[in-house]
Design a protein around this ligand. Structure first.
Ligand code: G3D
Ligand code: MG
Length: 174
């Protein structure tokens, strides 16, 4: 029996960490984009099938304007089931910001959700070590993965891993 799962995933992180690049890399085969000017966000859809026949549809929300107010960003998170927290391994402050993004999400999404910490730009010389990344992920109760949108390292894997956690959660709670 095949099943279809549909999830809303928000991609957050500081300016220029590679959010849009990661999403574009992942969805480039079935590219569909709707810009929502009222929300200052871009929505992209990606559907794929897992080996066991499970169909997954992801709606990825990419925040467009970093200048958006804190308050305005809240609409963007409504009903999100997954969160992709991205930092740039060459920029320490983007790593430090993850805690602030987490706080903002925690204060907005009340429902159960799955999260992954994404260390992007691994093709460059990192200033934030893998160890630091892993430690933070553990502390915040998230999965952790290292990626490069540029060399296409682990990009699909990162989205699939988050989706798999969501499927598991869904199957648990029914
Ligand atoms: P954002 O959506 O988080 O703001 P973008 O970030 O996806 O717009 O990426 C910001 C810049 O980082 C872009 O460079 C992009 O090409 C680059 N970038 C994104 N991911 C990677 C990566 O994995 N490795 C490297 N080396 N660069 C990356 P420009 O020059 O266009 O501003
Ligand atoms: Mg962007």
């Amino acid at each position: 029996m095949s099943s279809l799962f549909k999830f809303k995933i928000c991609v957050v992180g500081d300016y220029s960490v590679g959010k849009t690049s990661l999403i574009n890399r992942f969805v480039k085969n079935t590219f569909q984009s709707n810009y929502m000017p009222t929300l200052g966000a871009n929505l992209l859809r990606k559907e794929y099938e897992e080996e066991d026949g499970t169909k997954i549809k992801l709606i990825l929300w990419d925040i467009a304007g970093q200048e958006l107010f804190h308050q305005a960003r809240k609409q963007f998170y409504i009903n999100a089931q997954g969160v992709f927290y991205v930092y740039d391994v060459t920029r320490e402050e983007s790593f430090t910001s993850i805690r602030n993004w987490k706080t903002e999400i925690v204060n907005t999404i009340q429902e159960d959700h799955e999260e992954i910490l994404v260390a992007n730009k691994m093709d460059l010389e990192p200033v934030v070590s893998s160890e630091e990344g892993r430690k933070l992920a553990e502390e915040l109760g998230m999965d952790f993965i290292e990626t490069s949108a540029k060399t296409d390292m682990n990009v699909e894997k990162a989205f699939h891993q988050l989706a798999q956690s969501l499927v598991k959660q869904k199957r648990r709670i029914g």
